[in-house]
Design a binder for this molecule. Sequence first.
Ligand SMILES: *Cc1c(COP(=O)(O)O)cnc(C)c1O
Length: 387
Amino acid sequence: MSTPDRPQGFATRAIHAGQAFDPTTGAVIPPVYQTSTFVQEHVGGLRGGYEYTRGTNPTRDALQTLLADLEGGRHGLSFASGLAAEDAVLRALLTPGDHVLMGNDVYGGTHRLANRVLAPWGVGLSTAEMTDLDAVRAGVREETRMLWLETPSNPLMKITDIEAVAALGHEHGLVVVVDNTFASPALQQPLSLGADVVVHSTTKYLGGHSDVLGGAVVTSDEEIAEKVGFLQFAAGAVSAPWEAFLTIRGIKTLELRTQRHSSNAEAVVEVLAAHPEVTRVYYPGLDSHPGHDIAARQMRRFGGMVSFSLAGGASAARAFAEGTRLFQLAESLGGVESLVNYPAEMTHASVRGTELEVPDDLVRLSVGIETPEDLVDDVRQALDRLA
Ligand SMILES: *Cc1c(COP(=O)(O)O)cnc(C)c1O
């Protein structure tokens, strides 16, 4: 037990927050409440407040408590996917005529959601370079209500100063939303830096095993929690009990995994940076990265995502992505297994021709937690074959 003046550490909370043992049997792991509805003792006589799983379910509650705790927020809400969570935030907090200013490198699906689903309902969207405070200020309009940013960003690993952008947003009365999927709360806690809302694709690092989709919203703002919570219930894109359980199971090892993801990425970056076929490495842990100092301040370590450009251009990038043996060619990220992605034609194909377009000589790696020497060998052999 921790003493009153020393709060529990992150790894302890990732295992225990919201996860009390089952009082009826003593089961160490709280049961998965795989049920759609709950018996009432008499009309309206709910047991423990549970009525119907779209509204509340004990397994989802356990996940929501855990997510809120890890992000240092008062309220956690979990959803069927990251985009379902984002949709709830956007629709709960914006109405026709409002405008949202997003980073010019947000997740492509986030941009598509705002641009192709919300815009036709009258919500304005524009993008700005979030690493440039003047550009952010210039992008704020009279009808702007929300700022939306991602750091590190995907796939160029740009670093935004959350504290500075949140302060700027609040000067203009905006709700500041941070998509914390890439860092996860193990590395960075945006609410403590002034953000109002954190969103996640728990599909990535939080779940961590590439076996479950999910999304989350965390906030300490009562009004925002109330509005997003209402939409979670009223529109119903909730996480199901089994998905919530799998996500909880993943989160227990988040801290350990993140340490290994980070050190494996550092080992891979070293090989990339020294290889003649590589023209540029995008990793916030490098001293040469333009956002390195900010990242060092707001992140605990630099995580498992690495991008790089190849001298041989698009054909070399594609050949590398098809030439690894251990790194598997697939979209997504944040799982225990290493993945390689060719953004221009995979994850970022949907933003081609927009301001979110990515360079075609770029490869993105999601560095897993395998034995580092095996990952390094694989990267080296794929690079050597380009020469
Ligand atoms: C994957 C991802 C999303 C979308 O989440 P889904 O779970 O796929 O719906 C949103 N933001 C970021 C940064 C992501 O990587």
